[in-house]
Design a binder for this molecule. Structure first.
Ligand code: VJV
Ligand code: CA
Ligand code: ZN
Length: 388
């Protein structure tokens, strides 16, 4: 189909399960697992599934979930009675509020997206794939015993724990518009994981309110994890040029210093222009350039999803990024194939709509050249404390 061929000796594995897409967070909730159906339809209409090892993911086992989460939290998550929010106030374990409702099939939903990330990580550990993909994962806010920001189980932490069985050092990179606080905190005290998140930061005004430039990990005496958390706080309206320059410059320096043997890239698509919750002007091209840069490092790579609240743009980004993983991006027709399911949902028939097509009027870019350069010099200083 479409002339897509599997490159010899280069394996991409794709982990998904149509059951995940059927779950609903409730009417009008921004998180729509259905966006995965839209993305999958686009990926398959291009014939990309033929160039990957495709796996229907399984449920994570209780034991696997306990690698990170507390037993009492998992018990509660499994047995909690469906409680769609009648008011804003969350209850035990931050569950049942409007951000993290208790919906039908919640525990299955969590076990499934976690199972997919764990399987994907194992493929990398066994050298059975070079890039493993789980677009249903990337739920970076979940804590050991607490739900947060649409995230209940932290599949990223679970996947990194798998990678650490084989890999001495894992670099975690997070391009979701929100701060990857759950992953950062989970690896606060180890020097085997470096976390790097780029996000909108505006003090307490933007969720989750953490991720200041100065936050590099607790440097109390003897903490090996000190200096291994890198944060890139950004303002509204950042464009592809600035974003991709920052990404390549900072990731390049982190890789040089830390010498990771595996990389996990959280590809939250809420950093794209036109996102319902996001504030940036990043386009599908710039978002994809981050994936391409990671691929070019030739280090085993796990790609997970994350946020993304304008489904048509989520589908575009993750389809484009799947094509980058496979290596067929250069030959892909940017016109969305006629037979793509739900094609009418895309509004414009291209993978790469212009900012004008997406927004009408672009958001003002509040990131000055000086600010962006200052971020790089501060992080360069911070990395002097890291030795591989
Ligand atoms: O800002 C917050 C927390 C509040 C309390 C709850 N209200 C609804 C909003 C303010 C302080 N939460 C954020 C959570 C963002 C999570 C992002 C997750 C990810 O992309 O990083 C990874 C998957 C937030 N921003 C917007 C909303 N919540 C929001 C929630 C809704 C909603 C509209 C906006 C929940 C239900 C409904 N509408 C119907
Ligand atoms: Ca982020
Ligand atoms: Zn997000």
């Amino acid at each position: 189909e479409n002339g897509i061929v599997r490159p010899k000796g280069y394996q991409v594995s794709w982990h998904s399960n149509p059951e995940i897409e059927k779950h609903h967070f409730g009417h009008a909730h921004p998180m729509k697992p259905w966006r995965l159906t839209l993305a999958k339809g686009l990926i398959m209409s291009y014939g990309m599934h033929a160039a990957m090892d495709t796996y229907v993911s399984r449920l994570a086992t209780r034991e696997e979930l306990e690698d990170f989460h507390s037993e009492d939290y998992l018990d509660y998550l499994k047995t909690a009675k469906v409680a769609m929010p009648d008011d804003e106030t969350p209850k035990d374990y931050n569950l049942g509020g409007s951000d993290c409702p208790i919906f039908e099939g919640l525990f299955n939903y969590c076990s499934m997206y976690a199972g997919a990330s764990i399987d994907a990580a194992r493929k990398l550990c066994n050298n059975e794939s070079d890039i493993a993909i789980n677009w249903s994962g990337g739920l970076h806010h979940a804590k050991k015993a607490e739900a947060s920001g649409f995230c209940y189980v932290n599949d990223i932490v679970l996947a990194i724990l798998q990678l650490l069985r084989k890999h001495p050092r894992v670099l975690y990179i997070d391009i979701d518009v929100h701060h990857g606080d759950g992953v950062e905190e989970a690896f606060w005290s180890t020097d085997r994981v470096m976390t790097l998140s780029m996000h909108k930061y505006d003090g307490l005004n933007f969720f989750p309110g953490t991720g200041d430039l100065d936050r590099t990990g607790p440097d109390n005496e003897g903490n090996p994890g000190a200096h291994h958390a890198i944060n890139v706080p950004l303002s509204d309206g950042i464009d592809d040029d600035q974003y991709v320059w920052l990404f390549k410059t900072i990731v390049g320096k982190c890789v040089e210093k830390f010498q990771p043997t595996a990389i996990v890239l959280q590809c939250g698509a809420d950093s794209l222009a036109g996102d319902r919750l996001g504030r940036f002007n990043v386009q599908v091209q710039g978002h994809g350039a981050c994936v391409a840069f990671c691929k070019s490092l030739n280090i085993p790579l796990l790609l997970v999803g994350g946020g993304g609240y304008t489904p048509r743009n989520v589908a575009r980004a993750w389809a484009h990024e799947t094509s980058i993983a496979i290596g067929c991006d250069a030959t892909l027709d940017p016109i969305i194939p006629e037979h793509t399911p739900y094609r009418e949902h895309f509004r414009h028939n291209t993978l790469f709509p212009t900012l004008e097509q997406i927004l009408g009027e672009p958001r003002v870019n509040r990131n000055t050249k000086k600010k962006v350069e200052d971020i790089v010099s501060t992080i360069t200083e911070q990395l002097r404390f890291v030795n591989s």
